[in-house]
Design a protein around this ligand. Sequence first.
Ligand code: C5P
Length: 221
Amino acid sequence: GTRTDLQNKKILITAGPTREPIDPVRFISNHSSGKMGYSLAEAAVERGGEVILISGPTSLERPAGLYKYVAVETALEMREQVLKFFPWCDVVIKAAAVADYRPKNYSGRKIKKKDAEMVLELEKNPDILKELGEKKDRQVLVGFAAETNDIQKNALEKLNRKNLDLIVVNDVTVEGAGFGVDTNIVKIIHRNGTIEELPKMPKKEVANAILDRILQYLNYS
Ligand code: C5P
């Protein structure tokens, strides 16, 4: 049946990788496909939510029924758009794989190949989610963490540091979890320390499980 439990809820979702340009033809990025974030956006729309999807470059089709779609490339562009819409939201789900660093100097001309080695200097990107954690009032904040080791410890520390309500963790070294695939195996960690381990499921079902948890925080905060 059609659910309407997110009706009138304003939900901002970020998805995909960011791209950090080096010169007009090169960039630094990561393996994020955007599938988890897009599945969340689709599920939230189906449940009646007003959804803004802020997306880095992906090859996915834009979900139908969005309130707004914003395409971005870099972490700085994503930050600007997220901050612009943040005051409007009830929920923010940061499924995007934001690049932690960007090239310090962008070259307007294609960098020429030389015989010698070259060193690329990087500078830190702002942590968008951490900023939201500092600003938040009524918003339910959900982060993602792709971990390869000390998964629970790292995730709980991240949840606390960024002032999140929930963090969704996946071990990207396990088959059927994480980048590119249509399934995911996640743990959902709550701010009181409760850990729920979900079985391997299609990303759309993972999305609905996450939205179920968010609903608890919306109704009891
Ligand atoms: O610290 P880490 O990158 O592992 O945290 C992941 C979470 O933080 C994700 O939800 C991601 O979207 C968010 N993030 C962010 N800005 C960054 C880095 C990560 O919003 N610069």
